[in-house]
Design a protein around this ligand. Structure first.
Ligand code: GCO
Ligand code: MG
Length: 413
């Protein structure tokens, strides 16, 4: 048996997704997620124009060899486009192998290490009252962990914070189309002031602890916006509020920046959603500068690479916190859930539910129950793309916003 067909599907049921379909000579179909928010067509081209023909005729069972062939065999290694493309091939091959075995993928990864996967929700609000209501809503649904993001007095729309418009809980998240829903031609711009943010945020954590007590796991995302010394001071200052983690406090390229943060604080640190290789973590893991690995399976070379990365992290007592916003497709989310259920050093899983339109196009078998997800027991990843439904939604160009300081300087994400 061998790989017979490789197809790349680009669809936009509310937001853009890139999905790889691999079909074997005996008709087994495997799906992989290759979505790279705001740069989707680059990965689609990498797959369709460069990799697809290399895969035809290969033995679909040789997952490790195929991974090495695409990674080590290529002259140009790493980078989000390459690693998202390799991830999609890898996921699709694992999907096929598990379907052939008649088992959910987590069984092939060693079987379940837990009954279900604890997830955290995204709560946000332009002011504290709105944030508190959002947190309360999640606590009532059974969530035990919530990421909190809020507006900062004096600043306008901030990334990660819902505008508060009716029914628009996650309106900050996808890359933005034009206001009328058509293709955007350039990113929108937001204004940022780190000093105002650093003054305001600790007061928010204090109120959350007053209102929700000590039991709730509170997470917060800094979106790479602080300098090392700002991050060190902030992480130290918020220690009394016992964050589950502070995410992406400094720009991702500079692994040594986290040494400074670590020297000054015991607030747990998470980073990695913009990383795409184990080498992005080498210093962070071996020097124990972080507590959680935030990579997406979709952007870090797939299940094969993530399993190795997380096993490496486990040696240093570092746990998983796999990236799971809606810019990984339900296929990528399922891949994360199978790993989460199987690995020993699971920490927590991010969960932003996809909207109904997306879920009509991707048929999922994972289930949510009172703050926990389970990948389900369908053979394979447990997600199927309905290509007819997908065909109704053409790709629509969209951009993540650009961030500027009040004087106009382009700032970090
Ligand atoms: C998170 C994130 C995402 C990113 C998004 C960008 O989930 O922690 O930071 O919401 O902003 O993945 O494409
Ligand atoms: Mg993040």
């Amino acid at each position: 048996m061998a790989i017979r067909n490789v197809d790349v599907n680009v669809t936009s049921p509310g937001r853009n997704f890139v999905t790889l379909k691999i079909v074997t000579t005996d008709g087994i179909v495997g799906w992989g997620d290759a979505t790279l928010n705001g740069r989707e067509l680059s990965v689609a081209s990498y797959l369709a124009d460069h990799l697809a023909s290399m895969l035809i005729g290969r033995d679909e069972d040789r997952i490790e060899d195929t991974w090495q062939y695409l990674y080590r065999g290529a002259y140009w290694r790493r980078g989000p486009v390459t690693m998202a493309a390799i991830a999609a091939v890898d996921m699709a091959l694992w999907d096929i192998k598990a379907k052939k075995a008649g088992m959910p993928l987590y069984q092939l990864l060693g079987g379940a290490s837990r009954e279900a996967v604890r997830v955290y929700a995204h709560a946000s609000g332009t002011d504290y009252a709105a944030l508190r209501d959002a947190i309360r809503g999640y606590v009532e649904q059974g969530y035990t962990a919530v990421r909190v993001q809020t507006g900062v007095p004096g600043l306008g729309q901030i990334y990660g914070v819902s505008s508060g418009a009716p029914g628009a809980r996650y309106d900050y998240e996808p890359a933005h189309r034009a206001a009328d829903g058509s293709a955007a031609t350039a990113p929108t711009e937001e204004v940022w002031d780190t000093r105002a943010y650093l003054t305001h945020m600790p007061t928010v954590f204090e109120r959350i602890r007053e209102d929700f007590g000590t039991g709730l796991r509170i997470l917060h995302d800094g979106h790479h916006r602080m300098t090392p010394i700002e991050a060190a001071r902030f992480a130290k200052q918020v220690e009394p509020y016992d964050l589950f983690w502070l995410e992406d406090c400094t720009p991702g390229e500079d692994q040594s920046a986290l040494r400074l943060v670590r020297e000054h604080s015991t607030t747990p640190l998470a980073i990695g959603e913009v990383f795409n290789s184990v080498y992005d973590y080498q210093t962070l893991i071996t020097e124990r500068l972080i507590d959680y690995v935030r990579s997406a399976v979709t952007h870090t070379g797939g299940i094969t690479a993530m399993k190795k990365l997380l096993d490496f992290a486990a040696i240093y007592g570092i746990r998983s916190g796999i990236h799971g916003p809606t810019d990984v497709s339900p296929v990528g989310m399922a891949a994360a859930l199978h790993l989460d259920l199987a690995i020993h050093n699971f920490g927590i899983q991010e969960y932003m539910p996809h909207n109904d339109t997306t879920l009509e196009v991707f048929r999922t078998s994972f289930t949510f129950d009172r703050g926990f997800l389970h990948p389900g027991d369908a053979p394979g990843l447990g997600v199927e793309l309905d290509e007819d439904a997908a065909a109704a939604f053409g790709h629509t160009k969209a951009y993540l916003p650009v961030n500027r300081l009040q004087d106009g300087t382009v700032h970090d994400w």
